[in-house]
Design a protein around this ligand. Structure first.
Ligand code: FEO
Ligand code: CA
Ligand code: CA
Ligand code: CA
Length: 652
């Protein structure tokens, strides 16, 4: 497929955009603006004779609106713009905590940009930080001043890491040494951090500090795909272990204190002739091409599909790591399905089951949830460690009437039979996209984070954009053609608000929360006001604060200049008069995206990841030198600490 995009680096990140779903799962609807009519009905509940199919939705809204009306956010939103540095709302501080190359492990060398090596990188903070999880110390406490920071490193920008490269020539010019650095810069970092007064610092010789990489970290394959014939390679004839993880985008935190890290655009790392014809359809469904975006197969056979046709099946999973145990062998939890995992919204349901909400970040892909078979045991941390190996994976199907169902992806259920190529549950999870196609799931506008709001109990699915959606393909839940700006939907479990919501249920309701974009220029829809100063584009990752407010990180890709606003972190109420009216809290430097928003339990610190500052430019001529602003230093992806100057709660 030809990709027209001015930045190759963004091609790699946004290969999410390519879209490989050619099924005809065109769920419902001709009625594109049903959302608007539902909204109007909801706002003016005095309207009599509303269509019958809306009545339950209205009742639910009336119930939700009985929640205490929360005070509106007190800070003044900062202005839109694009420049070389970052910006935060008045009254707050933004301090750099961790940059690419910062030494984090005992005896690490200090960062030497001009002589970077894989062995140095192995002990240093990795590249392109994304998801952040905060784990209090000691384990099980709510300590907000001392903990472990778990940070994903999604991908690399070789043209910003090494001199002499650009987006066009890097595939040909990258050396084995440079690729070794890249493979060591991917994955994950676990770093002990401590707060003294108002400032956070890394505990640099901590025995907790750890790097997980693509190059050298052994992982176990667990759950239904373990030992599957499609998971076996010459290196691992049993199909039970694999070296490394890659393209770790967002993630999640479990109630037993482990981190889940998502393997997103894994297809970019593999290439070569599709010799194993039995796999061609599966390769195509996952966007594999004979020419890999990352030229690792030049030096490492395992990325060459013609030589190792199954290695690629060992990527595209959700990986679990126990950050409190430095010797823990990471586990690829295959029960959660194989797709371009964005993140994991983990919920401890009221009945003790664990529910994990997940998005497959590509145009026209699906929203999934996993429900554990076993229940969480609060008194035995280690007793929960393999809970994600057994349960049911579901995929979402939306209807135009505000209802949605979760369809189980189970071997021998419906079309998931040997006649359609499934011999067992391992095959179902390895080919989760195909299973979801056959079940009739609803193709969405690039599902990114899917997270439950602990206060109101609704689940927010972030749909970043989809410029390939045509008028013929719009439906009630993806209501805009050429959706450049993205939108956010609410999925509403039955059972009540907050902890009463039943996340194991198979029927939910849904509604549209926001249609993003510039309200003066298009059909964007925010809350009940026409004066939305801090409009935004391309919502991506999210988190909630103690009050249930939604914090949204944006990722416009290479379109920043086109729209004239940088990426950043926006906050909005999810209830009351401020509902769905965004305010801009923090803005990233030029050509960066905003990732990883994460609060400490006391909500007095927020960690964010500034990913790929300067992307689209080069090492030799960078568009910014944030955060060091030193002529000898390139821009560096970094974790930033946000605090309130009066030591108060963020957003209070
Ligand atoms: Fe890595 Fe879907 O963003
Ligand atoms: Ca990203
Ligand atoms: Ca993302
Ligand atoms: Ca994204």
């Amino acid at each position: 497929m030809t990709i027209k995009n001015k930045y190759t680096a963004r091609i790699i990140e946004n290969s999410d955009d390519i879209g490989s779903n050619d099924t005809n799962n065109k769920p419902m609807v001709e009625i594109a603006d049903i959302f608007l009519s539902r909204r109007n009905l909801i706002k003016t509940t005095s309207i009599v004779g509303a269509a019958a199919f809306l009545s339950s939705s209205i009742a639910r809204f009336a119930f939700a609106d009985n929640l205490e009306t929360l005070p509106y956010i007190t800070f003044e939103g900062i202005s839109h713009g694009i420049d070389e540095t970052h910006h935060i709302a008045k009254g707050y501080n933004a301090d750099i905590l961790l940059r690419w190359g910062d030494p984090i492990i005992h005896n690490a060398s200090s960062f030497d940009l001009y002589n970077q090596t894989a062995s140095a990188q192995k002990k240093q903070f990795g590249y392109n930080c994304d998801f952040i999880g905060y784990f209090p110390l000691p384990a099980g406490s709510q300590n907000s001043n001392h903990g472990l920071l778990c940070v994903n490193h999604e991908y690399t920008n070789a043209e910003l890491m090494f001199s002499g490269l650009n987006q066009k020539n890097k595939k040909d010019l990258l050396t084995k040494q440079q690729i070794d650095v890249e493979m060591m810069a991917l994955g994950h970092s676990i770093v002990e951090i401590k707060k003294t007064g108002m400032s956070w610092a890394v505990v640099s010789d901590s025995s907790y500090n750890r790097r997980i990489t693509l190059a050298d970290t052994k992982m176990l394959i667990t759950g239904p795909a373990a030992k599957n014939v499609h998971m076996q390679t010459s290196q691992d004839p049993k199909g039970v272990e694999v070296i490394g993880t890659l393209n770790n985008c967002a993630g999640g935190v479990t109630p037993w204190g482990t981190v889940l890290i998502a393997e997103e655009n894994f297809n970019n790392f593999f290439g070569g002739t599709f010799k194993d014809q039995t796999q061609t359809k599966s390769y195509e469904r996952y966007g594999l091409k004979e020419e890999a975006e990352y030229p690792y197969m030049k030096f490492y056979d395992r990325f060459d599909l013609s030589k190792h046709p199954n290695e690629v099946n060992r990527f595209g999973w959700m990986v679990e790591i126990d950050p409190y145990d430095p010797n823990f062998v990471p586990r690829k939890r295959t029960a959660l399905g194989r797709f371009k995992h964005e993140g994991a919204g983990v919920v401890l349901n009221k009945d003790g089951h664990i529910v994990v909400y997940m998005g497959d970040d590509e145009r026209f892909e699906y929203i999934y949830k996993f429900v554990s078979k076993n229940k969480f045991i609060p008194t035995n941390r280690h007793g929960n460690i393999d809970i994600l190996d057994d349960g049911i994976l579901y995929v979402a199907k939306f209807s135009e009437n505000g209802k949605m169902v979760w369809l189980p992806l189970l071997f021998n259920h419906g079309p998931l039979t040997p006649e359609n190529g499934f011999e067992n549950q391992g095959d179902v999870v390895i080919h989760a996209r195909k299973a979801a196609d056959l079940m009739g799931a609803t193709p969405m506008d690039r599902p990114e984070d899917v997270e439950a709001n602990p206060v109101n109990g609704r689940v927010y699915a972030i749909l970043t954009n989809n410029t390939k959606r045509t008028n013929e393909k719009i439906d009630a839940v993806n209501p805009r053609a050429n959706n450049q700006a993205g939108h956010i939907i609410e999925m509403i479990p039955p059972g009540g608000i907050g902890k009463n919501a039943d996340h194991t249920a198979l029927e939910y309701q849904w509604d549209i929360f926001i249609l993003a974009g510039d309200p003066s220029k298009n059909d964007a829809k925010y809350g009940a006001t026409s004066d939305v100063k801090d409009w935004f584009l391309c919502p991506d990752n999210c988190t909630f604060d103690q009050k249930g407010r939604l914090w949204i990180a944006t990722d416009q890709g290479s379109d920043q200049a086109q729209f004239g606003i940088g990426d950043g972190l926006y906050v909005m109420e999810t209830e009351g008069s401020g509902k769905a009216i965004p305010q801009l809290f923090y803005r990233v430097p030029k050509d960066a995206e905003m990732c990883g928003p994460c609060f400490t339990p006391d909500n007095k610190t927020m960690f964010v990841a500034v990913q790929h500052p300067g992307e689209g430019s080069t090492f030799d001529n960078p568009s910014t030198r944030w955060p060091d602003f030193n002529d000898k230093m390139v821009p560096r992806p970094s974790v930033v600490v946000l605090t309130k100057q009066d030591k108060g709660i963020i957003g209070s």
